[in-house]
Design a protein around this ligand. Structure first.
Ligand SMILES: C[S@@+](CC[C@H](N)C(=O)[O-])C[C@H]1O[C@@H](n2cnc3c(N)ncnc32)[C@H](O)[C@@H]1O
Length: 252
């Protein structure tokens, strides 16, 4: 270990005296670096993951600071449908439906009789723990929501297993609006990469600062996608909570 450590200590001074001084300074600096790295090694991954979204908001999603703030998520949803067009034929796919509150609201906002609304969920709750929420949170025992609207359908199961069925409902002749409300990094990143084949689409993220912003960041890095932000609500830590945006490819 010491041999390996000393391998990287390479003073450059020609003068013997300065060489020795430099040698000891390099030892000290490298030793401090080693200690810092050891400390960072001991910090659990979950701490880094929980902190990353705040840095992302500050550096990467800085355009979010400039967009309009809505008081409630219902107001944000309303503005989203107004921007897309109340009468526009849309394919609205919701990832995370639970008892159907949000999908029902969207059916009330969009008036086109040929629009498609699909609610996707395990309907037995979260497939894994999300922050303090345990696996199985939002379990409705497999029962589908009852919504009196012929345009609505539900797809039951984990997105990772039902995606091919979900994709059949995405009609690219319609305006596409995807509601990401699964909360989890794993589910959100999976969906973003699958949906990458659609050149651009409107999206609403329900828990932006957290798992979802991490997933968006990683997706954009790998797929050269870009985001245009339109509106947000603010959460308890004064960070973007619900976000309405458009996801598009830079070069497609
Ligand atoms: C916060 S709830 C959705 C709330 C709903 N949109 C509303 O506003 O009324 C999150 C839902 O995502 C679902 N979910 C999370 N990960 C999933 C996955 N990988 N596949 C299917 N459903 C998932 C959970 O079962 C849960 O019902």
């Amino acid at each position: 270990m010491i041999k390996n450590f000393l391998k990287y200590i390479k003073p450059k001074s020609k003068n013997k005296f300065f060489f020795i001084i430099e040698f000891f300074i390099l030892i000290l600096v490298n030793f401090i670096k080693l200690i810092i790295k050891k400390i960072f090694t001991l910090i659990p991954i979950r701490i880094y993951e929980n902190l990353l979204p705040y840095s992302l908001n500050y550096y990467h999603f800085d355009k979010l600071k400039l967009i309009k703030i809505f008081k409630t998520r219902e107001e944000l949803w309303h503005s989203a449908i107004e921007k897309i067009g109340v009468e526009k034929k849309i394919s609205f796919i919701e990832f995370g439906t639970f008892e159907g509150y949000s999908i029902k609201k969207f059916t009330e906002l969009n008036k086109n009789p040929d629009s498609i609304f699909v609610g996707c969920d395990t309907f037995i709750g979260l497939p894994e723990r999300w922050n303090k929420m345990p696996k199985g949170m939002w379990n409705v025992d497999g029962k589908l929501p009852i919504i009196d609207d012929k345009r609505v359908e539900f797809i039951k199961g984990k997105f990772q297993n039902t995606y091919s069925e979900i994709e059949k409902n995405i009609n690219t002749k319609n305006e596409l609006l995807f509601h990401f409300d699964a909360d989890l990094y794993s589910a959100t990143l999976f969906l973003l990469t699958k949906l990458d084949k659609f050149k651009e689409y409107y999206a609403i993220f329900d828990e932006f600062t957290g798992h979802e912003s991490r997933a968006i960041y990683n997706y954009c890095q790998s797929y050269d996608a870009d985001i245009e932000f339109y509106g947000k609500t603010i959460g308890y830590s004064n960070t973007p909570h619900r976000v309405f945006c458009k996801i598009k490819h830079k070069y497609k």
